[in-house]
Design a protein around this ligand. Structure first.
Ligand code: FAD
Length: 503
């Protein structure tokens, strides 16, 4: 099959999936008023792979079929491969202002990271390694879109999953000849309405005990599997908007988020990657080395997002000449620093990339960890800066529909700015409202805060990962050296021994 077209993608979503929202089941996500805009946007992403101008930058020849397949599936063997993959991700991210974070490249890169280290899944039983590898090849050759869930429902976070009084988390309830049977819930499944498969993997720490074993699994199955239900949060598409131009991002880029219910769902053995194996669950990211690859994807998303917010702020400031004021230039310079910081980290991760033990070219992790930890704060500040610059103008612009309504003459007169006519000003400020003030923006801010994990626990992970000893040693050496060079009579020696010797 190779790369999908947008049309084929939309057709593929018309199946038995159970997407529930507002108390009803959605018969067709491609036409439903709450989902159709994002479905269309995703179809456009798939079509971009067929654009003759973009195809060479977005695809590579499949190692198995020779067909062009998505570059997000490449197993990077060189720094050039990483740069090619980043370029592909950036094309999709620029097309969505970095606001469609779960476009298929995200999971494609995660799965590829797992598949490149498939042998790790086969430590207890080689079949699981083969399953991961076969699934990766099928996903690559059929250009599938995946959602995923890593987290158990928020019930009682003071106790481990196997010790909950209300046992709601998804778990293995039995094994059959055909596969494992799962019941319970998982969160959060972003993009579920637009995905073919759901990958259910571990992330929280599991005890290596008999009681925790039923929660120790990893697999991927079709979204339309019998017994699988997705209960979505309410849509952020504005149903009463007179024009999609009033909410240009919300109308097109609501990825959707859901709780997933497994009601006796059969997972065929060939789709099981981890089975009752807490050690593999806990070691998943360390053993596979997939995380730097995933961070490379989402740092690229963050670069697109930072560039978009910066461009938006430049345009707002220019429209009313506030960029003449020094403090406004200071705020705009802050946005430049954010974009350039992300760009620098991303490039550093490539320049300092090295092959891992399995020969997979792996981006340097620390620059990407830096983006992962800092970007939530940066993005929230970016929204704040757009609010500061747009000020009352963000709410004193009318609906785009007024441009052609009975008050069109007023609107064309009174909504002008120094450097923008009314239509330009209205379009720009509605976009800014959607990016920095709306419920879409609120969800984006929440997303940035949490999509890659809880920042509190991530900070602990980073601290424990970081190679600290060399730095402590430097401080100790300095103190020992200063002490050893103390002079009698209280005379103060030079700070640097070499300089002192030269004097
Ligand atoms: C918009 C959005 C989209 C998402 N999409 C996906 C997705 O597609 N797939 C997916 O798998 N996940 C997704 N997530 C979920 C994300 O992985 C989690 O939100 C994140 O891991 C944090 O877990 P939690 O939400 O359960 O928060 P909790 O673990 O309940 O934490 C809530 C608060 O309590 C504190 N806390 C709780 N337990 C502890 C502890 N043991 N130690 C210290 N502090 C603690 C946290 O610091 C935090 O402040 C998404 C989240 C959001 C917001």
């Amino acid at each position: 099959m190779g790369i999908r077209t947008g049309k084929a993608f939309l057709e593929s979503l018309r199946d038995d999936r159970q997407i529930w929202i507002d108390g009803e089941r959605v018969p067709d996500v491609t036409t439903d008023r709450r989902f159709a805009g994002a479905a269309q946007s995703m179809a456009e992403l798939y079509d971009m792979q067929h654009d003759p101008a973009l195809k060479p930058r977005m695809t590579y020849a499949s190692p198995s079929s020779g067909n062009p397949v998505g570059l997000s599936f490449i197993e990077p063997a060189s720094i050039e491969d990483l740069a090619r993959r980043r370029d592909m991700v950036k094309i999709w991210m620029d097309a969505t202002c970095g606001m469609f974070g779960r476009s298929p490249d995200y999971m494609n890169i995660m799965l590829t990271g797992f598949a490149s280290a498939a042998e790790e899944f086969g430590r207890k039983d080689k079949q699981f390694a083969d399953n991961v590898r076969n699934y990766y090849v099928a996903a690559r050759e059929n250009d599938i879109a995946m959602t995923h869930t890593l987290i158990n429902p928020q019930v009682d976070r003071s106790r481990p999953v196997e010790k909950q009084e209300k046992d709601l988390a998804a778990k293995i309830v039995r094994e059959t000849d055909a596969g494992i049977v799962i019941s319970g819930a998982r969160m959060v499944s972003t993009l579920c309405a637009f995905s073919h498969d759901i990958m259910v993997m571990p992330s929280t720490y599991l005890a290596n005990s008999k009681e925790a074993e039923p929660y120790a699994f990893g697999f991927s199955i079709p979204v339309a599997s019998p017994g699988l239900r997705f209960i979505c949060r309410p849509s952020i598409v504005h149903q009463n908007a007179a024009s999609a131009m009033d909410y240009p991002l919300s109308a097109r880029l609501d990825e959707g988020d859901a709780m997933v219910i497994f009601d006796g769902v059969l997972v065929p053995w060939e789709r099981v990657f981890i089975h009752r194996d807490a050690e593999m669950c806990n070691g998943l990211y360390n053993r596979t080395g997939a995380m730097p690859q995933i961070m490379h994807q989402f740092s690229t998303k963050n670069l697109s997002k930072a560039e978009f917010m910066m461009g938006l702020a430049f345009a707002i400031a220019k429209s009313t000449n506030i960029d003449q004021h020094l403090h406004v230039q200071g705020l705009l310079a802050e946005l430049i620093q954010y974009a350039e910081c992300v760009r620098a980290c991303l490039r550093a991760s490539e320049v300092d990339a090295a092959p891992n033990a399995g020969g997979v070219m792996t981006p340097a992790a620390m620059p990407l960890w830096t983006v992962r930890m800092m970007f939530p704060k940066m993005f929230i500040r970016m929204c704040e800066i757009v609010q500061i610059l747009g000020a009352g103008g963000l709410v004193a612009v009318p609906s785009y529909a007024e441009l052609t309504g009975p008050l069109a003459a007023d609107v064309r007169t009174y909504f002008q700015a120094a450097n923008a006519d009314s239509p330009a000003r209205i379009k720009l400020f509605r976009l800014a409202f959607d990016a920095a003030v709306s419920s879409f923006s609120g969800r984006q801010q929440l997303y940035e805060r949490y999509y890659s994990g809880d920042p509190v626990r991530l900070a602990g992970t980073l601290y424990n990962l970081y190679d600290r000893d060399g730095y402590i040693e430097r401080v100790s050496r300095l103190l020992d050296d200063l002490e050893a060079r103390q002079k009698p009579g209280g005379a103060v020696p030079g700070f640097h021994p070499k300089r002192e010797a030269a004097e």
